[in-house]
Design a protein around this ligand. Structure first.
Ligand SMILES: [Zn+2]
Length: 165
């Protein structure tokens, strides 16, 4: 059975933090604030995969009150999402994601981001789509106060043995 999941995340841009998007550290005066490395793109993808499984979101698996996840690379979260898929004898078909950032320019980093995401999920790079757009200077993203990401995941799961009525 083909399942789909959706994920959305946003983090605030602040001074004194590294900017890490899709596992790629990008030179920028500000970085995303958060408990982990605040990789908004990987977080949205993680939620999309977990959503396709009907699971709770990333905060349930990795609470931001748990010191173990402080400044953790977010690939840890994607690896766990992939493990959850395997545990259910499923297979990720594809991922598609969009980063919404006014600055910096994302395009030069897209290929490397795809490679990092594909590696964390154990997928071929051809199954990972990452796009980027600005917010046309509108709202908090346009004012460079934060960066958002959205993602969908398609996951093939075994047919359930019983169909609930
Ligand atoms: Zn997040």
């Amino acid at each position: 059975m083909n399942h789909v999941g959706i994920g959305y995340d946003v983090h605030q841009l602040v001074a004194g933090r590294k900017l890490i998007l899709g596992g790629v550290e990008i030179a920028h005066p500000k970085g995303l604030d958060g408990h982990s490395d605040a990789d908004v793109l990987m977080h949205a993808i993680c939620d999309a995969v977990l959503g396709a499984l009907g699971e709770a979101d990333i905060g349930h698996f990795f609470p931001n009150t748990d010191p173990r996840w402080k400044n953790q690379p977010s690939k840890t979260f994607l690896e766990e999402a992939a493990r959850q898929v395997k545990f259910r004898s499923g297979r990720i078909i594809n991922i598609d994601a969009t980063l919404i950032a006014q600055q910096p320019k994302i395009a030069p980093h897209l290929k490397l981001m795809k490679e990092h995401i594909a590696a964390a999920l154990g997928l071929s790079i051809a199954r990972v789509g990452v796009k980027a757009t600005t917010n046309e200077l509108l709202g908090f993203i346009g004012r460079e106060e934060g960066i958002a990401a959205m993602a969908v995941a398609s996951v093939d799961l075994p047919e359930p043995s019983e169909t609930p009525i």
